[in-house]
Design a protein around this ligand. Structure first.
Ligand code: FPP
Length: 251
């Protein structure tokens, strides 16, 4: 692993599927919520590390549309954790110049979570060093359907011609509007799937899977993932030779 982070090329945008909290707790004979609570400590360290490394956008999959199907006690426990995390982190976000954004159906969240979420987003609106996106009540397919519906409505009501629909216009209606696509997707907890996360935005992301369960994921694990990313060649459809010659031409 590269320990000199100055030598690393830092992805502009990192997205993370924080998996393994439940199994981490069960391995210790504890309730699943114990794992989610430990997961919050990992969130804090990963946010702080990302900021100090110069990551500009960090997106964390904190609650999916499918997660509403979990037992009621686990859902309400997660909502409480989220609420207390947001309350406790506002100061740190402000002092570290971190802007909070939400990707997902925020209107589905309980009123007290929505309230603190909206307050944190409004108060950090001016921050510019890093964007922290929390994907909350987020589903990739439903995000795409939402965009399709809004384009269809604009066409039906005469504000848009179907021929003007292109990738740029489509991307401009995603929750992540204005933000670059993730360069690196990390999934912890040993599974190797996307689980309905950022289906449009992850098209060209490098995928990194680790067995480490989310509550154990810390600064060295993040640096390890970035080191692995540095060993990949991103071709975006070009040949390896083309990519190398472009790199030579670039200043
Ligand atoms: C997946 O692990 C994790 C979640 C569904 C929730 C993630 C939430 C946190 C890390 C804490 C709250 C978040 C913030 C941003 C403060 P899992 O429960 O599916 O684990 P398992 O696969 O081992 O069952």
């Amino acid at each position: 692993m590269c320990t000199d982070t100055a030598k690393l090329s830092i992805p502009r945008h990192i997205a993370i599927i924080m998996d393994g909290n439940g199994r981490w707790a069960e391995e210790r004979g504890k309730h699943r919520l114990f794992g989610h609570k430990a997961g919050v400590d990992a969130v804090r360290e990963v946010v702080e590390t990302s900021r100090s490394l110069g990551v500009q956008h960090l997106t964390l999959y904190a609650f999916s549309t499918e997660n509403w199907r979990r037992p009621e006690g686990e859902v309400s426990g997660l909502m409480t954790l989220l609420q207390s995390y947001l309350r406790s982190e506002l100061k740190t976000m402000l002092s570290n110049d971190i802007r909070l954004c939400c990707l997902g159906e925020a209107q589905q969240l309980p009123a007290e979570v929505r309230e603190v979420l909206e307050k944190t987003m409004a108060e950090t609106m001016h921050c510019g060093a890093m964007v922290l996106n929390l994907a909350l009540s987020y589903g990739g397919r439903s995000e795409l359907v939402r965009v399709a519906r809004s384009l269809a409505r604009d066409c039906e009501e005469g504000r848009l011609h179907w021929k003007s629909i292109d990738e740029e216009l489509f991307a401009g209606r995603l929750y992540s509007v204005g933000q670059p696509d993730p360069d690196l997707l990390i999934r912890t907890g040993g599974e190797r799937r996307l689980s309905n996360f950022l289906l449009w935005q992850l098209s060209y992301a490098e995928l990194y899977f680790t067995e480490t369960k989310w509550p154990d994921f810390r600064r060295p694990h993040l640096i390890e993932a970035i080191t692995a990313y540095n060993q990949r060649q991103r071709r975006f459809g070009r040949t390896g030779g083309q990519v190398l010659s472009l790199a030579v031409e670039q200043p």
